[in-house]
Design a protein around this ligand. Structure first.
Ligand code: DGP
Length: 139
């Protein structure tokens, strides 16, 4: 399969690995947003989280949890951002599921770009109820 992260898993491409087990691999991001930026990926190829089976997802989260602490202790951060971009529209560049572990510090210059009008007014309760109802029906 012509997938960058599958090639890293298969050792066809190099990576600086910080953790590996039968189901997942964690390695340093080659373009770190901050020192200690780690990517955690499942070995079984999938693109987005909703395609990932429950067991793999549980294992991934457990590894992310452990690595959050290890990374933060190692680089001395003030917070950790965990991010998953599901799909190109969400900013996903590499189409193999990955959790970002990004060490954060106050005023580190990193942040979100919010859409125009964000927080100018609260959403109406009726609209929130309608959206929640639609989501619940899909669960
Ligand atoms: P995303 O935009 O969520 O798909 O993030 C992809 C990340 O992968 C991005 O932070 C840069 C990183 N990356 C891209 N190519 C490589 C690579 O060849 N090796 C490593 N270690 N990281 C890579």
């Amino acid at each position: 399969m012509d997938c960058l992260f599958c090639k890293i898993i298969n050792k066809e491409l190099p990576a600086v690995v910080v953790y590996e087990d039968d189901e997942c691999l964690a390695f340093l991001d080659i373009y770190p947003i901050a020192e200690g930026h780690v990517l955690v990926i499942p070995k079984k190829h999938c693109v987005i989280l909703s395609e990932c089976d429950e067991e793999t997802a549980k294992n991934l989260i457990a590894v992310v949890k452990k690595l959050n602490s290890a990374v933060c202790s190692a680089v001395g951060c003030e917070g950790i951002l965990n991010e998953v971009r599901n799909g190109a529209a969400a900013g996903q560049e590499v189409p193999h599921l990955h959790f970002h572990i990004i060490p954060r510090r106050e005023n580190d210059g990193f942040g979100w770009v919010y859409p125009p009008g964000y927080r100018e007014k609260m959403e109406a309760k009726g609209k929130l109820d309608e959206i929640a109802s639609n989501i619940k029906k899909k669960m």
